[in-house]
Design a protein around this ligand. Structure first.
Ligand code: NGS
Length: 370
């Protein structure tokens, strides 16, 4: 009889906890508990529920994770990487270590918010109005009053999209500051008219960001994607995180399971373990799929926030010319992975400016042979 009573009590408790976990987080009253998908099955944007198998509080305490600071020094010392550094920026704000840690769940989140696209100020006006954002030079920010749990470099590959850049900057700073992370914005611009090499620019951004600050992770961010919900936390991921799960121009549906383009987050450690991105993808397409393959080789998996939170607006633009060689490089990618990437990166730094709203890195990219 006692055993029966005990069993029934256990079952009631289990049911209670599973009910707690399945609270609909699209409700504005729901607690900010985030669900992470495992392997396949995250792509049900209509409900955002049934395919999620595990629930975790995504805001991990990154200090408890092993972070390879040696990697930062690797990027500083590597003879392959341009050393034309204009550093000298302080690594942590004065007294930041004495502050209490910021709360795990940022208290000032709005949830879904209106992305501002109309009547955008000019770049000059934006820079002049910067004081209200409280940025350090180079578009770097520390939350006032508490020590950030995450130090995140936002790396934006860029060329010739000034209106998009203005929209991005106008929205992203306020969004990130509500999340109480320490961050810096790195706009990595390719000179010339050779095909755009998004992946190589992201490698450059990673190398240059680590020369400036002791970041724990990178968020690689297309300039034309603007987040719509600030519960989409730009924190350091436990597993590589694909952030741009649902995009308006794709009718808020994930195009395919392994997509890793648009906006994606990797810790410095994860980035190092896959040797960064391939440098071989010139022109549109394939470089993000190559990274997804690298992650698979290293037994990392792609995590995602639910589709009703990881939402983005895509700014309109004409599509770049697709790279006809992308499938060739994609199929042979795994074989090249150890010698094509961060460890053979070369570039010529044409300019480096700590602007008020971002760090601008202008680079000429050479064709590398592997
Ligand atoms: C795939 C591309 C990816 C790209 C994705 C979405 O086909 O690089 O489409 O592109 N892969 C190949 O071409 C091999 S999007 O519609 O967002 O421009 O990210």
């Amino acid at each position: 009889m006692r055993a029966l009573v005990l069993t029934v009590t256990c079952l009631v408790c289990l049911e209670y906890f599973s009910l707690l976990q399945s609270i609909d987080i699209s409700s504005p009253h729901a607690p900010p508990i985030y669900r992470q998908c495992e392997s396949r099955g995250c792509s049900d944007p209509s409900t955002g529920r049934s395919t999620y198998r595990r629930h975790v509080l995504q805001a991990l305490d990154i200090d408890k994770l092993r972070m390879v600071t040696a990697f930062a020094s690797l990027s500083k010392n590597s003879s392959n990487i341009s050393t034309n550094n204009s550093s000298g920026v302080k690594i942590e704000g004065k007294g930041v270590d004495e502050l209490p840690q910021c709360p795990m769940i940022p208290p000032g989140l709005h949830g879904r918010f209106p992305v501002i696209l109309d009547s955008l100020p000019s770049m000059l006006e934006m820079e002049e109005g910067e004081t209200e954002l409280g940025l350090e030079l180079g578009g770097v920010w520390h939350p006032p009053g508490c020590k950030a749990r995450h130090r995140v470099a936002i790396i934006v590959p860029y060329r010739d999209r000034e209106p998009h850049l203005r929209a991005f900057l106008h929205n992203i700073h306020r969004f990130l500051q509500r999340q109480q992370i320490m961050y810096g914005i790195y706009i990595v611009e390719q000179v010339g008219s050779t095909p755009f090499n998004r992946a190589m620019l992201m490698n450059v951004g990673a190398a240059e960001a680590l020369k400036q600050h002791d970041y724990q992770c990178f968020i690689f961010h297309d300039v034309d994607l603007l987040p719509e919900d600030d519960r989409n936390l730009y924190t350091c991921p436990i597993q590589p995180r694909h952030m741009s799960v649902s995009i308006d121009s794709f009718l808020y549906r994930l195009p395919y399971d392994d997509i890793f383009g648009g906006v994606s987050a990797l810790t410095v450690d994860q980035f190092q373990s896959v040797n960064g991105f391939s440098n071989m993808f010139w022109g549109w397409g394939g470089e993000d799929d190559d990274m997804a393959n690298r992650l698979r080789v290293k037994k990392l998996f792609i995590s995602r926030y639910p589709a009703n939170i990881a939402r983005y607006k895509m700014l309109k633009h004409t599509k770049d010319k697709a790279n006809p060689e992308r499938f060739k490089f994609l199929y042979s990618g795994a074989k090249r992975m150890t010698k094509d990437g961060y460890n053979n990166l070369k570039y010529h730094k044409e300019n480096f400016v700590l602007k008020r709203l971002y760090t601008w890195i202008l680079v000429d990219l050479p064709r590398l042979k592997v």
